[in-house]
Design a protein around this ligand. Structure first.
Ligand SMILES: *Cc1c(COP(=O)(O)O)cnc(C)c1O
Length: 368
């Protein structure tokens, strides 16, 4: 094997418990399992997280939802994006919950559910300031209330919204909460009974007392976050790649495409079996570091599609050794936040960029 990731399910479970401990007793956690659980494997992560008390899963497409339901996860699965018209029948059949903000969709799924003699379970999506998806006015909410009122085969399970800046902007977040509470009151005033949810991971840690029925943590389950104290969360994913060759380079010689790196003095170079097609981003060229034998080794020259060269001068590296791209070796740790900083992005993108077909996943820590 040239490269693989290892996912510690015990850490997933631990992180779920840490997140739950932030919130009032009885708050249900619907974990974000979209993008194959942020690159960790949705089915395995959901099973482990369920053992730690996870009460539901959130996904981004009908396909992701179907995978979890078909696995027999036995938890509500909520589609956060928009259920596309061609997926409506399948969603109702499977019992996939989905968000609605379009009254015409409510009428359509009501007819489908009637025909299938099932209930369509929906969560009304409010746009309180993210300006991505959702209803953003009293008129929109009233129209939804009317649509739901004449849709006997549609059950309103939840009313929810999404915070844009819970990691960095208190005033804006509180404005979003205020709008949310106002529209929730309209639904309640119309006689509906449902669950409310607003918080993502930074929303949970920075506003633990919001008191809604459900919270939707994503990144925290995987051991990351930003804009709050992540002290008790621990990354669940480690990433390893094989050392393929080790050799000496003379002063003045150059490394990789376009010769952007030149050896100042004689050095030892290792070539490792991961590149940007695996998700080891090209922006780490001559910037990133990997761990070999417990030591930090600098990436030198351009990261290639399948291969990356690192400086192992003075490090006991040999072909066949494993380099740690993410994780801990000896006293050193490299995490996705460090790589994200070097690439001008966020740890979410580093994790979800790891290519699942090229980088097999190994699970440890029981649970699955
Ligand atoms: C992805 C997502 C979440 C989880 O966000 P994190 O920042 O990873 O905790 C919650 N709600 C919605 C609507 C999302 O799209």
């Amino acid at each position: 094997m040239r490269t693989y990731v290892e996912i510690d399910l015990a850490r997933v479970m631990e992180n779920v418990r840490v997140i739950a401990s932030q919130l009032p007793e009885g708050t249900a956690l619907y974990g974000a399992m979209k993008a194959d659980a942020y690159g960790h494997g949705a089915v395995e992560v959901a099973r482990a997280a369920k053992k730690a008390g996870l009460a539901g899963c959130c996904v981004a497409s009908a396909e992701e939802g179907e995978e979890l339901i078909a696995s027999g996860i036995g938890l509500p699965v909520l589609l956060l994006g928009r259920l596309l018209p061609e997926d409506e029948e399948r969603a109702v059949e499977l019992g996939l919950e989905f968000n609605v903000f379009d009254p015409a969709q409510v009428a359509r799924v009501n007819a489908i559910a009637g025909r299938l003699q099932k209930k369509a379970r929906v969560h009304a999506k409010l746009d309180t300031g993210m300006h991505r998806l959702g209803m953003d006015s009293d008129e929109g909410v009233s129209a939804m209330i009317a649509a739901l009122g004449s849709a006997p085969n549609v059950t309103l399970e939840g009313v929810f919204s999404h915070l844009s800046s819970a990691d960095d902007e208190r005033a804006y977040t509180l404005m979003q909460k205020e709008k949310f509470d106002h529209w929730v009151k309209m639904f309640r005033g119309a006689g509906f009974t449902f669950k409310t949810h607003l918080q993502n991971t930074p929303g949970i840690f920075n506003y633990p007392g919001m008191g809604y029925d459900i919270a939707r943590p994503g990144i925290g389950i995987y051991g990351y976050g930003y804009g709050f104290d992540t002290g008790k969360l621990r990354p669940a994913l480690s990433w390893y790649a094989r050392v393929l060759q080790v050799r000496e380079l003379a002063a003045g010689e150059t490394v990789s495409y376009n010769r952007t790196f030149r050896a100042e003095r004689p050095m030892t170079l290792a070539c490792i079996a991961a590149g940007y097609a695996d998700g080891y981003k090209r922006c780490l060229s001559s910037r990133g570091e990997v761990l070999i034998a417990g030591r930090r080794c600098k990436v030198v020259g351009r990261v290639c599609m399948d291969l990356t060269m690192v400086d192992v001068t003075g490090v006991p590296a040999a072909p066949g050794d494993w380099a740690t791209l993410l994780g801990t070796d000896g006293g050193e740790t490299i995490d996705a936040t460090e790589l994200a900083g070097l690439c001008g992005t966020i740890n979410y993108e580093i994790l979800t960029s790891i290519h699942d077909k090229r980088v097999p996943r190994k699970y440890v820590g029981g649970g699955a």
